[in-house]
Structures are given as C-alpha cells and as structure tokens.
Ligand binder design. Structure first.
Ligand code: ADP
Ligand code: MG
Length: 271
C-alpha cells in the first residue's frame, strides 16, 4: 500500500465514563488537523458527545454511525465537515443504543466498523483531502460498540484520569484488549496512555502520575493534560478548545500530545 493511502486508525477506549475520551477525541483530532493531518472522528457513543462538542446539531445527523454499522449507508456517505478545517466526523445518534440487539445474531457483528472502514479506504483515494487519521470515540463500556472499535483499529489510546482509582479498571481494559488481539484483531497495539485532568495543586494527582508511570512505563505519553476550565467550557460552544482559546494550557497540551502521537506513529512505522 502506498504510504499516502495509509489511514491510521486509533480507538479511544476506557470503560470508565468521564475520563476524557471524548474530550481527547475532539481536541487531539483538532490538534492533529492543525499540524497538517486530515482527521475523521467516528462517534461510537450513543450519547453523541463528540458530535455535539463539534457543533453537529442533532437535527443534522441524517446519516449516522448507526446507518453505517447496520450497512445501510457507507462511511463516506456519513462523513460531515466540522468547524475545524481538515477535521471530519461521522456523528452518532441514540439509535446506536439498539445496535447491539439488531446485529446480535450476525456472525460478523464485531467487524461492522472494520468492514465499513475497509470499503472507505477505497473511497478515500478519490477524496481531495484524504483522511490520514481516524479517531474512534467509544462509549463508557466494554460492549459490542467498543469491541467494534477495537476490532477496527491499529492501536488503542487510553485516556486515564489522574485520580485515586485511575488504575482500577485498567487491568480489565487491558485484558479486553488482549482478548480482542487473540480473537479478532491480532495486529492491535496499545498506542499509549494519556493522563488527563491533572491538577497540580493536588498532591494526590502527582502521586497518581508517578504510580501510573511506574506501572506502565513508556506506554504513558509524556504530555499530561491539565485540568483546565476552558477545556470543559468549549463543548457548550460546539467548539474544540483549540478554537475557543488556543493559548490556554489545555489547548497547548493537546498540541503537544498530537506531536507525540505523530512521533510514535513514525517509530511504529519504522519498526
Ligand atoms: P468521557 O468521554 O471519557 O466520558 P469526557 O471527555 O466527556 O469523558 O470528559 C468528562 C467531563 O470532564 C466533561 O464534562 C469534560 O468537559 C470534562 N473534562 C475533560 N477533560 C478536561 C480537562 N482537561 N479539564 C477540565 N475538564 C475536562
Ligand atoms: Mg465520551
């Protein structure tokens, strides 16, 4: 495959809610687009927070992830542009809640997104702005949607909140990733763990960072996303924080994370 045709697919997964999956999908996606990549976010969460946070009104979600996963529409037909140049999204709707039931007896139920992305790889070749990164935003659960995300991806990016129970639940996620590797997607790797919502005034947070680094070593990105009120305000304006307040610490951290992600990609490709 030609290098320029290659799409990297990263899935943001953690079965805990509120750890920064969606915030990272939106803002890492925006930061990657800002440094020249062309990014597609696939919203796999029925809550549709990534879609809302990127200003896609529910009334404008005529074609959604549900239609793609049920095979009624192609991924290409579901792609929408956002307020950010070179950042696209496939929005989600509450319909996704019913997906598990509607495909439960399909033998390929875990591969719906993988198939859609495989078809899209061909459509991408005729796009004027070819997608280079796909970021998949998962729901807070290890359900069939998240399994579809893991089965369709090259790598997993795990957002981990800097709090006392950060590591709790991580082993369950890692064993799910191992299971998916063995059964559905042998090439799946862990891209990295990103620590989120770090509060420097909180001694415990620094201890959590030290613990996570000693447990996971190099898998943890050097960039730590600070807790920053601008980050939490931005979605209510339908904007990534990088458009809302480029200078704030949250925006700067996501730009740093994006360059680290690209650096790791180069290393993975060279390996
Ligand atoms: P998840 O997708 O894992 O459920 P979210 O990305 O939706 O988590 O984040 C949960 C909440 O925390 C949201 O209200 C979000 O705005 C807020 N949040 C996320 N990251 C930060 C941050 N770095 N600083 C402040 N608030 C944040
Ligand atoms: Mg979310």
């Amino acid at each position: 495959m030609e290098h320029q045709d290659c799409i990297r697919v990263l899935v943001l997964a953690n079965q805990k809610g509120g750890v920064g999956k969606t915030t990272t999908a939106i803002n890492l996606g925006t930061a990657l687009a800002a440094i020249g990549e062309t990014v597609l976010i696939v919203d796999l969460d029925p809550q549709g927070n990534a879609s809302t946070g990127l200003g896609i009104d529910p009334s404008k979600r005529k074609v959604s992830t549900y239609d793609v996963l049920t095979g009624q529409k192609t991924l290409a037909a579901a792609i929408q542009s956002t307020v950010v140049p070179r950042l696209y999204i496939v929005p989600s709707t509450m319909d996704l809640l019913g997906l598990e039931l509607s495909i439960a007896d399909h033998v390929d139920r875990s591969f719906k997104l993988k198939h859609a992305l495989a078809v899209f790889a061909n459509d991408n070749k005729s796009r004027s702005d070819k997608i280079t990164y796909v970021l998949i935003d998962c729901p807070p659960s290890l359900n069939l949607l998240t399994i579809n995300g893991l089965a369709a991806s090259d790598s997993v990016l795990v957002p981990l909140q800097c709090e006392f129970f950060a590591l709790e639940g991580l082993s369950q996620l890692l064993s799910t990733v191992e299971h998916v590797k063995r059964s559905l997607n042998p090439a799946l790797t862990i891209h990295g763990v990103v620590l989120t919502m770090f509060d420097g005034r909180n001694n415990l947070a620094s201890q959590v960072v030290a613990d996570v680094r000693s447990f996971l070593g190099k898998k943890v990105y050097e960039t730590i996303i600070p807790r920053n009120v601008r980050v939490s305000e931005a979605p209510s304006y339908g904007k990534p924080v990088l458009l809302y307040d480029l200078k704030c610490t949250g925006s700067q951290a996501y730009l740093k994370l994006a360059s680290e992600v690209i650096q790791r990609e180069r290393e993975l490709r060279a390996a």
